[in-house]
Write a protein that binds this ligand. Sequence first.
Ligand SMILES: Cc1ncc(COP(=O)(O)O)c(C=O)c1O
Length: 388
Amino acid sequence: MSQLANRVEQISPFQVMAILGRAKEIQAQGVDVIHLEVGEPDFVASEAVKNAGVDAIEQGLTGYTSATGLPQLKQKIAAHYQDKYQVEVDPNRIIVTPGASGALQLLASLMVDAGKNVLMPDPCYPCNRHFLIQVGANANLVATSAADNFEIPIEKIDTLWNESTTGMWLASPANPTGAVLSKAYIQSALDKVTHLGGHLMIDEIYQGLVYEGEDFTALSLSDDIFVINSFSKYFAMTGWRLGWIVVPEWAIEAATKLAQNFFISAPTISQYAALEAFSESSMGEFEQRRLVLDERRKLLVSGLEGMGLKPVVPAQGAFYIYVDVSSITDDAMSWCLDLLEAEAVALTPGADFGKEQAHKYVRFAYTCDTSRLQQALARIKTFIEARS
Ligand SMILES: Cc1ncc(COP(=O)(O)O)c(C=O)c1O
């Protein structure tokens, strides 16, 4: 009889799959479902990127690249940091990976031994803790509160840290809250973690999608920090499976060795296509989209507030709004399922992102246009009124 590895038991599927599965069923019956559960832009790659991808295929540029990525792509990423964020990054510190997912797996193997743990705020991106389980380690999830912007309070880090803690993983802008960390917070976290002998990782996958507050990179604070990014969100290239990690100089050789073994290389066609992601025309398209997202965000926030569903923290970035529904239900998961059945609006329950208080929250992704958002708001209003 086949026997799965024990660690598989510790990896949970996304709760939103239950919602997605049911949404697909009722959609197949002809019901018009509005999808606000999907953490994926409703935009596609820019014209220039698409054309470069086709050119790469036609020119037969389809073999492996060097393990850490095409040198010219690493140059472009470094130039992007310089042009947009005025930060100098040595291209040799950039490792191109299959999505941010590949970068997170690489980081777990690079920095976390079996039996160790990493501090992370609860709520956070759920796969992070699974990447740690994969290397025999664990996430040390710290319950955070809306009052603290869902940040781990710096003054608590000393007591949360134990002899097995090796670092702290954060994200800004964050999934699921849309919160943006301040420079001052990241600097204090870095100082504290460095003092304790650990590493700091900032997942900047939603970088560029900032509507309030400062859009910056943690690399502006230090070279001794791990920064993860991706072409999935701002560049709208989810299925191209391309991301990157910037590592400190002392970690380049080890990270390269792991990239060689894990991936051989990131997808080649995507890498050639991504060379065009930083062109003036592409960046112009992305900025236009950011403005579109901001318009949607404002519409959704004011519509939800009109129903008494205020975002728990200002939705400053990414394309998410995190809402406390505890005044109308004591179980957000069943509330989401009931809303789907009654009004065909799909949302993601908080339970996907954490354990503490998760039953109180729901995540809205504004990944559909304003007319659909207006329809969604009207349906949610009908749903709430019918139950009150
Ligand atoms: C915070 C965060 N990190 C990483 C990822 C993984 O993204 P990808 O592998 O598509 O780059 C996601 C995807 O939603 C995310 O929200």
